[in-house]
Design a protein. Sequence first.
Length: 357
Amino acid sequence: MSNSDGGLAPERILELSARLSKVAGSSIGEIASINREAKMLAINAMITAARAGEAGKAFAVVAEEFKRISTEIDDVTHALQSQVHADLNELSHIGAAILSHLRGQRLADLALNAIEIIDRNLYERTCDVRWWATDSAVVDCLTNASDAAAQHASDRLKVILDAYTVYLDLWICDDQGRVVATGRPERYPRVRGASVASASWFSEAKRTASGNDFVACDVAKAPLLNDAPVATYAAAIRANGAADGRVLGVLGIHFDWRPQAQAVVDGVRLTDEERARSRVLLLDHGGRVLAASDRRGELEEIFALPGDAVGMGSYAAAQSTVGYALTPGYETYRGLGWYGCIMQKEPQATAEQSRAA
């Protein structure tokens, strides 16, 4: 929203309501104060007329009428005060509800955009793993099972890693789960020769029906990669690189999660003022924090959405608005049930106006 549109901000509803309430209260108070003075004059006039005896009778009639009118003004003032207060109170509640809905919808839209960005990124990883599993150097590494073939494959994986900087490492595993070649043996010397037979990504990739299938795993720390958090994708390596070829082993590719995810949560389009009171999150299907704009709780904290929070929406929570959106997936990547989520505290002025209403 441009500066010239600032007067159209939904927060103006509460600002104007609060201002109108203050002005109306002040004006009605002034009317009541003036009327009290008039009533006192009428009473004093009646006292004076009574002291004047017969000569003051005509004046006493005027004073009595003035007192009656003053009493009616009191009644009108009290009725006006009651009605104005009720109407302004309702206006404030309606304004707060509209503001909450608009803020919640915007946060949900931003949360959806964040999860869509990560989905598109991870979809590319599913393409990478299926493509590289058919690379001749990768297939030959398991077909020939020689040191020379393993070295050639390792060199080939290094070329890929130099071009695709979003990965920590790429592993070629034989059908028993032993890592026979990696792209960064110098950085991660413990990987080659290690067994990953118990890893779910390995066993699931071995069971895939064809070379068109892949396995995507939730983010986890990888001990062999110095406990770095990775999103691992895997595909079966098949004889001759054919989609229906015999399974020779598995290619596992380890997406460098932290910097890529951090770029997504930091890149959500919030103003500097909004960013200071907002927390942008990526959550797994169980509410585990995968990434957070404040860098807190990653892979440890559980941010539990309400039970009825499904799909996309928002809700209010302790002077905050939470917008969320379930992963829609992208192309052949259906997603893992992750959520984008943004928790935003109310602006201080708006919170005070809401309490006053």
